[in-house]
Ligand binder design. Structure first.
Ligand code: PLP
Length: 427
């Protein structure tokens, strides 16, 4: 029995599924998740001494790779001065200022401790500002595990949502409307009937949670036009995309101009963090200035702020994003060539350093097309990659992430290893 197997057996008696977050349990792919002992650069080492090239990067935060020396130095220095004060600090202020200067749509912000807290608070803010209850989200999106967001479309084409988790009251789910991503006509129809009841629409500018799916320009434009026309707020959920494809967020690349932005992952440099921000006017509605309540014991703690600050300061070098784009392009190109040579039914979607190999031959533009993927084939690809020493997200419907430590040699080796996994998919 390996150490991972032994630990997993013990963990299952202590934690539901043996894990602290469901996808880590390998439910979608089967098998035993390796227990990770350490990580450096783009490599993970498990408790049995196996090494893996990491394309999960803790689900996105480690854009500089694991254990970046500048991030660690700043973090150590901050910890030496105290971990959390429950009081304002200079690093919190500096990180706040740097984020505000990076995002034209954000004048002021509030730090929280996770992405879920950020989206939950952003929705409360939108409801507080508009005095409306309904919210709109898109099928296949994930915005964290708040009640209003664990909702899927009702049956028979009804847009009123039903809970996607036990424990979410149906009356809360009914306040969440759900539409297909990238469906401009459905947007028009919904706003013409419900527009004046909608507090906000929340969207991942580039979807990462049904796998990577790019937005249609017209869809994003129409979403902005309709939300504005009907007095609903537009929330760009940039928890995954913030500082991922460009300095700031995907909203800059798509000229999106949202009313509220949610952030997380990269802005904490690998430590727990979230943030939501908006215009000065909207943010003045947050307590203690305004009537929308939101608070947090560890919000803005010095450890997360220091790691985030060191990360964002390093990302200010535009060359880093060209390098990430180039490495992402090389990896996706390499995989596409092998897929084509083997005549595999697979499609690669990519935006910069985020990508997904969908095991379907057709274009993937929304949840319906993503869900056509052959998940049994993905399972083979995943396990063969793992065996070869490439650690991919354990679900067809997640994004691979690259870091600045995935250099040419790492990409070349990854393609070689993943090509063996793709060959196994043909057999
Ligand atoms: N929003 C998006 C777009 C995400 O990708 C995630 C997490 O993956 C969340 C929200 C929730 O963030 P957290 O897991 O930090 O609560």
């Amino acid at each position: 029995m390996t150490h991972s197997e032994e630990f997993y057996n013990r963990a299952k008696t202590i934690f539901p599924g043996g894990v602290s977050s469901p996808v880590r349990a390998f439910g979608a792919v089967g098998g035993v998740p390796p227990f990770i002992r350490s990580a450096k650069g783009c490599l993970l080492t498990d408790v049995d001494g196996n090494e893996y090239i990491d394309y999960v990067l803790s689900y996105g935060p480690h854009i500089l790779g694991h254990g970046d020396p500048d991030v660690l130095d700043r973090l150590h220095a901050a910890i030496d001065r105290g971990i959390s004060f429950g009081a304002p600090s200079e690093e919190e202020l500096q990180l706040g200022e740097i984020i505000v200067s990076a995002l034209p749509s954000v004048d002021r912000l509030r730090f929280v401790n996770s992405g879920t807290e950020a989206t939950m608070s952003a929705i409360r803010l939108a409801r507080g500002v508009t005095g409306r209850s309904k919210i709109l989200k898109f099928e296949g999106a994930y915005h964290g595990h708040a009640d209003s967001l664990l909702v899927k479309a009702g049956s028979g084409g009804a847009t009123f949502g039903v809970p996607s988790s036990a424990g979410v009251p149906p009356e809360i789910a009914r306040e969440t409307l759900t539409l297909p991503y990238n469906d401009t006509e459905a947007l028009k129809t919904l706003f013409s009937s419900e527009g004046d009841k909608i507090a906000c629409a929340i969207i991942e500018p580039v979807s990462g949670n049904m796998g990577v799916v790019l937005p249609d320009d017209e869809f994003l434009r129409e979403l902005r036009r309709l939300t504005e026309k009907y007095g609903a707020l537009l929330i760009a959920d940039e928890i995954m995309t913030g500082f991922r494809q460009t300095y700031g967020g995907a909203q800059i690349l798509f000229s999106m101009e949202p009313d509220i932005t949610t952030l997380g992952k990269i802005i904490g440099g690998g430590l727990p963090v979230g943030a939501y921000g908006a215009s000065a006017k909207i943010m003045s509605q947050i307590s203690p200035e305004g009537p929308v309540y939101q608070a947090g014991t560890l919000s803005g703690n010095s450890a997360s702020m220091a790691a985030g600050l060191a990360t964002i300061q390093k990302l200010k070098t535009p060359a880093l994003y060209s390098q990430l784009e180039e490495q992402g392009r090389k990896l996706s190109q390499g995989l596409k060539e092998i897929i084509s040579r083997l005549s595999l039914p697979a499609t690669v979607n990519r935006m910069g350093s985020m990508m997904t190999v969908f095991f379907t031959p057709d274009p993937v533009t929304d949840w319906t097309s993503a869900a056509r993927s052959d998940t049994a084939l993905f399972r083979v690809f995943f396990h063969e990659s793992l065996k070869q020493g490439v650690y991919l997200p354990p679900s067809q419907f997640e994004a691979f992430f690259l870091s600045t430590r995935h250099d040419d040699e790492v990409i070349r080796i990854s393609i070689e290893k993943m090509s063996r996994a793709l060959i196994a998919c043909r057999n």
